[in-house]
Design a protein around this ligand. Structure first.
Ligand SMILES: Cc1ncc(COP(=O)(O)O)c(C=O)c1O
Length: 369
């Protein structure tokens, strides 16, 4: 749920049989609301990751008492005391100390218990799951297989003392082709993971483990497209592109990964698609905040977009940024007090406004006015 909390996305996923993973009290609070409205099947499992505040722990306990299939994952030694008295199934997160090629390849991981800490505990009451997470948008398939191999060894060791342990949760990381360069396929990776775990479990003479994937970005990125109107253009004197196309929105606000991690997006015109040759122009796209970082330059290259000079009189140009359904909405902000875009749901040929564009009153209220 940390990847996309929009109701239409969550409900569609859940109705297709997805389980859920939360990272905070407020995300679990949403699950509680769904549970109380009978919005999902009783068989759905909820895994609770992330540092546990007192209110998060209490809500986990409350929902476990209401028979939700909830599995909190021990993240830190300071959670051990609380979970030593917990009645439901438990997971443990292990920091595998593996480095992978991805934007998020941090030198020092601050999540989970070390392998030594986990193995020293030997018996963990009601343990059913071992979890790790090595990064997001992981570039090479072997970077997802190496940690799995390491985790299996710990799983097999823990299984000796914890017969209830039956699940390996491999976290997130499956990439999506934002730049249209397909790195590796979902099916190939899934097959490799299953074959590896089957053959290893057979070798160790233990049952095949259940597998949980938290491939959030992969699941929800394609669920959203961000559309802007071009409100003007400006010549670029020195640069790889010839013109700025200025939009009625902001990268810093609406697609913050653009400036924080230099995310590349697939950008396409929404209308005037039959333009070619000189009617297209090498463009950089400028957000309409007053910030010089508010831009999309495809990392210093350019995007080819219709040249406004050739637009028929009175017509507007719209452009779309594809696969923007992961992380952007919950990171979004209101720099320069610009309004967040409306959210429009298109389903089976029907269009409905799910959230209207923020009004000046909506925004100024956020600042106490
Ligand atoms: C514990 C955990 N699981 C899953 C994910 C989702 O990762 P991704 O969106 O790359 O699949 C994250 C992302 O930060 C995470 O921290």
């Amino acid at each position: 749920m940390k990847v996309n909390q929009n109701k239409e996305v969550i409900l569609s996923m859940v109705s297709e049989g997805a389980n859920l993973e939360t990272a905070s009290y407020n995300e679990l609070y949403l699950v509680k609301k769904l549970w109380e409205q009978n919005s999902f099947l009783p068989s759905i499992r909820v895994i609770c990751n992330g540092p546990k505040t007192r209110e998060y722990l209490e809500l986990i306990e409350e929902l476990q008492g209401k028979n939700l299939k909830i599995i909190p994952v021990i993240e830190d030694t300071n959670e051990l005391e609380f979970f030593s008295k917990y009645k439901g199934e438990l997971g443990v997160r292990v920091d595998l100390d593996v480095k992978v090629t991805s934007h998020w390849d941090k030198k020092i991981n601050r999540y989970g218990l070390t392998t030594d800490e986990v193995l020293k505990m030997k018996k963990i009451r009601n343990l059913c799951l071992i979890h790790y997470h090595v990064g997001s948008q992981v570039e090479h398939m072997h970077d997802l297989m190496t940690p799995l191999k390491k985790c299996f060894k710990i799983y097999a060791e823990l299984k000796k003392h914890n017969p209830s342990l039956d699940t390996i949760d491999i976290g997130g990381g499956m990439p999506i082709p934002y730049d249209l360069q397909k790195r590796y396929g979902f099916e190939g990776l899934a097959r490799k993971i299953i074959r590896f775990l089957q053959s290893k479990a057979d070798k160790y003479d233990i049952p095949h483990p259940n597998i949980v994937c938290e491939w959030g970005r992969f699941m929800v990125s394609p669920a959203q497209v961000t559309i802007y109107k071009v409100i003007g253009e400006k010549k670029i004197i020195h640069g790889n592109a010839k013109k700025w196309q200025v939009i009625n929105g902001s990268f810093m606000n609406d697609l913050p990964d653009t400036w924080t991690i230099h995310q590349r997006w697939h950008v396409v015109p929404v209308n005037h698609l039959n333009y070619s040759g000189r009617k297209l122009i090498r463009s950089w796209v400028a957000g309409s905040s007053c910030d010089s970082d508010d831009k999309y330059t495809a990392n210093g290259t350019y995007v080819l977009l219709p040249n406004l000079e050739y637009l028929p009189e009175g017509e507007a140009q719209y452009i779309a940024f594809l696969s923007t359904g992961a992380y952007q909405d919950s990171l979004a902000c209101n720099h320069c007090l610009l309004s967040s875009p409306a959210k429009i749901v298109a389903r089976n040929g029907e269009i409905k406004v799910a959230v209207r564009r923020q009004t000046p009153d909506d925004i100024t209220k956020l600042f106490g006015w």
